[in-house]
Write a protein that binds this ligand. Structure first.
Ligand code: TYD
Length: 218
């Protein structure tokens, strides 16, 4: 993999507002001359998008759901993410494996040990002992009650968005647990701020982590 490839993910409960910053993030990296591959999970390839439709609409048991999410992820990694990182591109991905631990693990109460095993199978990298993981994860942290208010009436909810606030309390705790287990990768964004303040925080955190040109030492 090229040293210059950057794998950046956005995470958070539904309604936390992460997707509204994707355009600006893409523009930020493009303005620096980077090639940006903007993608999402579940999804990002024709096969994975087909699986997304099933995952978000059809009722299924949590193991089936987890297997489909990781099957979609495997296709996405092989077809899109690894080739893009090998070219040195910026991969901007709306959700990744942290969402599986948060939604299927914490939210639905599925076994984290099984999820960790699937993570190891799916994110194994040829010729490396390290798993494929994002370099930086922007975690949009927002109280589930506020997220629910923001989502109310916005659109027809999918299977997850239709869950009660209690589900999202567990999902939020799942994200908090993942973040404390990997504090170097996670950037906690205070998503209760105004949209402009959120954007300013994103820019300054990325600069501080040295992932923007010239931003490393200032
Ligand atoms: P989301 O990313 O919010 O997309 P949109 O903004 O188009 O609704 O929706 C994806 C949903 O899928 C979200 O509710 C979280 C869920 N999800 C999982 O349950 N597990 C996963 O591993 C991933 C990636 C997403």
């Amino acid at each position: 993999m090229s040293d210059n490839g950057l794998f950046l993910t956005l995470e958070g409960i539904d309604g936390a507002g992460k997707s509204s910053h994707l355009d600006a993030l893409e523009a930020l990296f493009k303005a620096q001359g980077r090639t940006v591959v903007r993608t999402r999970e579940p999804g990002g390839t024709p096969l994975a998008e087909t699986l997304r439709g099933l995952i978000l609409k059809k009722p299924m048991d949590p193991l089936t759901e987890s297997l489909l999410v990781f099957a979609a992820r495997r296709d996405h990694i092989v077809q899109v993410i690894e080739p893009a990182l090998a070219r040195g591109d910026v991969v901007l991905c709306d959700r990744f494996t942290d969402a599986t631990f948060a939604y299927q693990g914490a939210g639905r109460g599925f076994d984290n040990t099984v999820l960790s095993t699937l993570e190891q199978w799916v994110q194994a990298q040829a010729g490396s002992a390290k798993l494929l993981q994002p370099q930086v994860t922007l975690w949009f942290d927002l109280a589930p009650e506020i997220a629910a208010q923001r989502l109310a009436g916005a659109r027809v909810p999918d299977k997850f968005e239709a869950q009660p606030v209690e589900f999202f309390r567990r999902v939020a705790q799942g994200y908090a647990d993942r973040a404390s287990a990997d504090a170097r990768r996670f950037v906690r964004i205070d998503a209760s701020q105004t949209r402009e303040q959120v954007w300013q925080q994103i820019e300054s955190e990325l600069a501080a982590r040295g992932v923007l040109a010239g931003g490393g030492d200032r």
